[in-house]
Design a protein around this ligand. Structure first.
Ligand SMILES: Cc1ncc(COP(=O)(O)O)c(C=O)c1O
Length: 386
């Protein structure tokens, strides 16, 4: 089957964050919205059918996650990432962000140091600062070929920190960390008894030519000192269904975590997320292959366009995710001037770089999970102003 990613789907007036909050976020209801990390593509047919079939049953009562549900996730992780995950390692969480917040609360106490690698997805910052823990910034470095981790700094910081929240692959810089890089992280964290939370929500969106390394496959010791989060939500455009998985190989950690989640009654979830996730993990390979090719096409288009028309905008091509991280500092404008130009003159709704950390000043994150026509329009608008 050939899927059509060119189709324009009107999303306004559907309580959609990306479209319906434009006025509130950008001060302009007419920006072309390319911010929030969901896709403007149709959620695939097999996921929608699963939801519709379940919706036909006239009772929407409490449910539980059964064996076929976990088997579907297991099969997916094995097929896509060669990662064998026993059922007992997995538990439901109502979202990855909620999941890592609960991990911070369950395994650190007020005042404890938690490391994040900024610029990084804003909820990483909040998961630490909003709970009275101390944020430690292991800022990424910009090398000749792209973003890199600062291992020397990490060595120092790990001596007193309790936890590292890893973004694997990394949003917004689009790095698919190599096994060697992750191995160094695990050596440092194991030596210093730092618990690693590995957010792997973007792992299925690794672009052609790159390979995701699940943190827990680095070795037995690393596996015993981590919590991995996975979800079908980014991959198959199911974010509104709030359904994710915590994967914890260590029995003691797992029991403590599940106890914490259950005490909050956060382990139930919704019936539609269950069936859509299961159907996607069972049937999604072909659709995902086509999606990744399409997204790569959009990335290649933007890369070529910027090089030819706006050479002052600097960027590294992403290795994973459908986002690009663009550096506009070459224009010598303040962050506020850039924001005004982008939102009011070009009428473009991109994410503001500094929301990902102070390293992101003068950057914008642009979401390319949209029809090519939208991407072309965005590039046209950029050239009218920059
Ligand atoms: C790194 C990362 N983690 C988590 C999320 C959101 O996860 P959830 O909707 O499951 O809370 C996002 C969404 O953009 C993300 O980029």
């Amino acid at each position: 089957m050939k899927y059509n990613f060119d189709k324009i789907i009107p999303r306004a007036n559907t309580n959609c964050v990306k479209y319906d909050l434009r006025k509130a976020v950008f001060g302009n209801p007419d920006v072309l919205p390319m911010w929030v990390a969901d896709m403007d593509f149709e959620t695939p047919d097999f996921a929608r059918e699963a939801v519709m079939n379940r919706a036909m049953h006239p009772v929407y009562g409490y449910h539980f996650k059964d064996e076929p549900y976990f088997n579907a996730i297991q099969g997916w992780l094995l097929r896509r990432h060669q990662w064998e995950v026993p059922t007992e390692w997995m538990s439901f969480v109502p979202g990855v962000v909620c999941g890592f917040n609960m991990a911070v609360l369950a395994f650190t106490k007020e005042g404890d140091e938690v490391i994040i690698q900024s610029p990084v997805y804003p909820p990483f910052h909040h998961a630490v600062s909003e709970h009275g823990r101390k944020l430690v910034y292991n800022s990424l470095k910009i090398g000749a070929g792209g973003y890199e981790m600062d291992f020397e700094l990490l060595e120092q910081q790990a001596k007193t920190a309790k936890m590292l929240i890893l973004c694997n692959p990394h949003n917004p810089v689009g790095r698919c960390w190599t096994r060697e890089e992750l191995q160094r992280v695990s050596e440092i964290c194991l030596k210093n008894d730092v618990l690693v939370i590995s957010d792997e929500i973007h792992c299925d969106l690794v672009l052609p030519g790159f390979k995701h390394t699940p943190y827990a496959t680095l070795g037995e010791e690393a596996a015993q000192h981590c919590i991995v989060f996975h979800a079908a939500s980014k991959t198959f455009n199911l974010a509104g269904l709030a359904t994710s998985t915590a994967i914890i190989p260590n029995k003691e950690l797992r029991e403590a975590y599940v106890h914490y989640v259950e005490a909050l009654e956060a382990h139930l979830g919704n019936i539609f997320g269950k069936v859509a996730t299961q159907a996607s993990m069972e049937q999604g390979d072909e659709w995902l292959g086509q999606l990744l090719d399409y997204v790569q096409g959009n990335i290649d288009y933007v890369s070529d366009f910027l090089k030819a028309n706006l050479p002052k905008v600097r960027f590294f091509k992403p290795q994973a995710t459908y986002m690009m991280w663009l550096d506009f500092n070459g224009y010598g404008l303040s962050e506020e001037e850039l924001w005004q130009k982008m939102t009011q003159e070009a009428q473009l709704g991109f994410n503001r770089g500094s929301d990902f950390g102070q390293e992101g000043k003068g950057f914008f994150r642009i979401n390319l999970a949209c029809p090519k026509a939208t991407v072309e329009e965005a590039m046209k608008r950029l050239t009218t102003v920059f």
